[in-house]
Design a protein around this ligand. Structure first.
Ligand SMILES: Nc1ncnc2c1ncn2[C@@H]1O[C@H](COP(=O)(O)OP(=O)(O)O)[C@@H](O)[C@H]1O
Ligand SMILES: [Mg+2]
Ligand SMILES: [Zn+2]
Length: 333
């Protein structure tokens, strides 16, 4: 059950994040005030007087007769005090809004709603929570561009006159760095192909890390995990659970790792076809890694999908020898 997206839980988390933001905005303001009070004690008095003026107005209203004049006088003296405050800020080189509460989202004042309608900022927080939730199955932080080494690839060409694995992998590595750094919502799709242990997952995760850091809605998931999530949701359809499929289709970048290692059924093949195809139609980028040959991919997901994918895809053919094994051997030295 924990593997599904619980909408209520996501909502509760977003609500809590906004609550913390409001609290922080308030305490930041108190902190700024205290600093100012120490430098210019007059500010504290002015603020007190302004606050008590509004109480006086309320009292005057209660008294009834002839309040208009009194209220007018209070208003004028209040405006003068406000002006003096602004002048003090100016004279002491503080920004004009130094004494205003500063929200992260000025539109909704970090309330999450404007006139009962959910603000973009809250939607953004919820989206982020959902992506984090979908991504928590993967070891995201371990595989970065920094921890990727080209030393594992031989600098001897496999056949004379050809590029060496290291040259090929240097191109792929640099390509992926550039791809991740320059990623936008209409970047190209990529297909990483090659035998096991050559760094496909490593580079996919590195792309995920960078693009997530740059603020994109990214989902990294292996094909088997993707299918089991979709299966569970299909057989547990209930209002409280969000539709992962929707997120797989609509996120800025979907990274499907190990395509072809999921158990092949009519359901899994058509699900993947549907998701990949929907993204192709919306020109949304998908990064796919697979051990399968193009022929095998075509057989599973239709020639149509693969040809469209490769048509728009950049194909990166990984070469070298199994690095997992090389690393294991290193440990015995
Ligand atoms: N160039 C590399 N530098 C450092 N570690 C690597 C490199 N390529 C792969 N690895 C590591 O080797 C293991 C297998 O690589 P992985 O990316 O899972 O291969 P693949 O997905 O192609 O099967 C992982 O632990 C990965 O972090
Ligand atoms: Mg892999
Ligand atoms: Zn907002």
């Amino acid at each position: 059950m924990g593997k599904m997206i619980d909408k209520k839980e996501i909502y509760r988390k977003a609500d809590n994040i906004l609550y913390e933001r409001r609290k922080k905005a308030q305490s930041d303001l108190e902190f700024r005030k205290e600093l100012l009070y120490k430098r210019v004690p007059r500010v504290r008095d002015l603020e007190k007087e302004i606050a008590s003026a509004s109480i006086k107005v309320a009292r005057a209203v209660l008294k009834g007769a002839n309040v208009a004049e009194e209220i007018e006088a209070l208003k004028i003296s209040n405006l003068e005090k406000q002006r003096e405050l602004k002048q003090i800020l100016k004279d002491n080189d503080y920004p004009h809004d130094y004494l205003d509460i500063r929200f992260i989202c000025e539109k909704c004042k970090d309330a999450g709603f404007i006139d009962g309608i959910m603000c973009e900022c809250m939607k953004k927080i919820m989206r982020k929570e959902i992506y984090d939730d979908l991504n928590k199955l993967s070891p995201l932080k371990l595989s970065t561009f920094q921890t990727f080494s080209l030393d594992y690839y031989s600098d001897l060409p496999i056949r004379e006159g050809e590029k060496s694995p290291r040259e090929i992998m240097t191109f792929i590595y640099e390509f992926c760095i550039k791809y991740a750094n320059e990623f936008s919502k209409n970047s190209q799709s990529l297909l990483m192909r090659g035998k096991t242990g050559l760094g496909k997952t490593h580079l996919s995760l590195a792309i995920a890390n960078t693009t997530i850091e740059n603020g994109f809605g990214v989902i990294y998931i292996s094909a088997p995990n993707m299918i089991s999530k979709l299966e569970k949701e299909r057989f547990n359809s209930s209002e409280t659970f969000a539709d992962s499929e929707e997120y797989f289709i609509n996120c800025d970048l979907l990274i499907i790792d190990d395509l072809g290692t999921e158990f092949s059924t009519q359901f899994s093949n058509s699900m993947i076809y549907n998701i990949v195809n929907s993204r192709i139609l919306m020109a949304k980028p998908t990064v796919i890694s697979s051990n399968l040959s193009i022929k095998e991919l075509e057989k599973r997901y239709t020639e149509r999908m693969v040809s469209r994918l490769i048509g728009e895809n950049l194909r990166l053919e990984f070469v070298g020898e199994d690095i997992r094994q090389k690393k294991r051997l290193e440990n015995f030295r």
